[in-house]
Design a binder for this molecule. Sequence first.
Ligand code: GAP
Length: 513
Amino acid sequence: MSQPDDLLKKIIGHAKEYGFVYPSSEIYDGLSAAYDYGPYGSELKNNLKRYWWDAMVRLHEEIVGLDSSIFMHPTTWKASGHVDAFNDPLIDNKDSKKRYRADVLIEDYIEKYRLKIEKDVTKGKKRFGEDFDEEQFRATNPNVLRNQKKIVEINTRFKEAMAAENLGAVKRLIEELGIADPETGSKNWTDVRQFNLMFKTELGSVAGDGSAIYLRPETAQGIFVNFLNVQKSSRMKIPFGIAQIGKAFRNEIIARQFIFRMREFEQMEMQFFVKPGTELDWYETWKERRIQWHKTLGLGESNYRFHNHVKLAHYANAACDIEFKFPMGFKELEGIHSRTDFDLASHEEHSGKKLRYFDPQDKESYVPYVVETSIGLDRLFLAVLSTAYTEEKLEDDTERTVLNIPHALAPVKVAVLPLVKKDGLPVLAREIMSRLKLDHNCQYDEKDGIGKRYRRQDAIGTPFCITVDHESLKDNCVTIRERDSMAQERVSIDSIGEIVNQKVSLKTLLSQL
Ligand code: GAP
């Protein structure tokens, strides 16, 4: 079994070699935290978008779509709170000239105490065997309690300092804990400063503050400012939702772990507008719907867990993350937030325009409350790729690397392979290909031996290979090979379409929701 770091490295290598993800502008040595999706990566990404869009928009009569612009009026970001509060606390090391997020330095320090606790628990398990009561051990063991107390103390001091916007206290905490530059060991720190994560640029040719404009840090605000346009033009009645897929940009200080944290990424967000007072019921409903959507993908139920936010953002009255078990551990994949009427009310105030809904039943108008679901497409891509990546030892002692991508999401659904490049086999294979490609993304391959061709398709996750041989010319049958089981079956050419359709159609997933 690969170590987490090794596994991520292997996935990154495989993604590049097989045309899923390349480092951006690689010929210039790349640009950190920016990536390009290759031929198979863009197909997989499109399939993920379709699964999300169809589940949200097509299956819900009360949800409609939107495609709003990346550039928005700058006041949007004042109203949303991003100009004033979308910050990371940064600290520089004076010797190494390296810049760090102060919160990450402190979190990494706390992690050492967590590891100590886990070490003690593992020791306890070893010592007491089956009699070991983990819950009791964690609640009573003096070492565990001491380390736990330390974690709480540090966390409390950090959170209090941040809440009071006391960056001096954050610096003192770093110094008192003796936190050193992770790369050089130097403890020579500058003061802590807030750094806004939005990318700023200028509109038109005039420079200066008046023309400052931002690349959107989330797609949600395009939905909020269009709330009434959509409601009126689509005659929507509350409760209803607006869904959008699009790029978002954040000047992340520490961008690492491949496509997990990028500076340019894609979000799939849905804002569900509800009557005030009903938002917490809808929040629970959307938690259930979203976890069901994830589990239907088939990446393994135990790979998901909810993380409820204890400390809520000022605009939320409930919030959680759906976390996924990535190679580097459980991390946020999707956020579900009950955002109250914060955004719409703030846009009303800043724009001077009413953003209210007139309820025809109750004969009253109000600013709706909002429940938001927000998932990062690139993180979903990484979740699929990292779960799919499998190295197998086969019965004949050979090895293969296969991507067990859910059939409906696979970039290429069928490969059509003439056994040899002569005797009329390519002609028949091309005929089959031209029929199948009307429904699916297919690939024709006649180069190399059949075993090598199977391996190439395994490596990009193609669920079915169809081999055309000399018998095919006589009996109108071909061999169909399934990727995961490698089982081969002889079937008539006329039945291929139906066999493949049944297995790779998105309908199979959508009908389980
Ligand atoms: N509108 C709410 C919002 O933007 P968020 O938790 O900041 O909430 C939502 O982001 C999702 O966007 C996250 O759960 C994550 O999947 C994705 N995301 C956020 N920052 C990202 C980054 N730098 N790189 C890749 N994905 C990111």
